[in-house]
Design a protein around this ligand. Sequence first.
Ligand code: UDP
Length: 317
Amino acid sequence: MKTVLITGAAGFLGSHLCDKMIKENYKVICLDNFYSGSFDNIAHLKNNAQFHFIEDDVRNLRNIKINEQLDYILNFACPAPPPKYQKDPVFTLDTCYKGAKNCLELAKERGAIVLQASTSEVYGDALIHPQKEEYWGNVNPIGARSCYDEGKRIAETLFFDYRRKYNLKIKVIRIFNTYGARMSFDDGRVISNFIVAALKGEPITIYGSGKQTRSFCYADDLIDGIYKMLLSRDDLYGPVNLGTTFEFSVSEIASKIIKLCSSKSEIIYKDLPEDDPKQRKPDLNLARKELNYVPKITIEEGLVKTIEFFKIKLQNI
Ligand code: UDP
């Protein structure tokens, strides 16, 4: 049985990855410091013989004793929702840099394949649309979002420098907006915020005009793409965009959620946060060609599943 180390494994995506790797018959070593992840996300795996949990910080990874042979290391450790990564920007930057470096050092020592969860945020407020992997981005280096955007960019740089210098087997994916079960209800993201407000009958807050767009991917589709990338040929380093081309304005998402929740919530408007990108949609040609990656879950299907998750979550708090 092969072994995979997943950092940030108690987070929204990390926990879905744990499920996927266990299903595919891997032993999963899971690391999380619960800064933004939650034990609830991995509680169902607690007694699974393939699952081993370590509560610690990725910045401390090199001091943790891991006896198992490691075949894969997946670095998902970083707060991702804007309010959470902006709460302590220095911590976010530190986690991005030291987390990536520690994963790379461990991969070098163990001969493991190492995958970095990068982000569409590396494109910043993109000036080309849709965003292709070759695009270098339009990122403000000193703004409120910079700790995350630049943190993820430096992590990508480290990955490619380790590959050039030590010939490491690296994989870099750029994840676009993803949603689904296990998002935390207070993470501040558009879909979770809107669903929670709609279910409670509270006002839905749109930042700015609501004309800004995002392309939304349901978590299961994204996990499928990540798994394909992990098993791809050795010289496919990436970066590879993963997400969907289902592009909607924030206003359209609000209307869909209000309708699907049969909610009476009103819409109110607040100022757009600093450096909020105006449009975002991945060019998925590379993922399609190299990974045969085709997301299948429509926005309606994904929203219905996510609304179900939040209904149950809200009943239990
Ligand atoms: N947004 C909004 N209301 C909310 C949360 C977010 O209008 O309650 C907007 C936000 O300003 C952005 C878009 O929705 O334009 C997506 O925000 P999110 O934080 O989910 O993702 P990101 O901006 O990182 O893509």
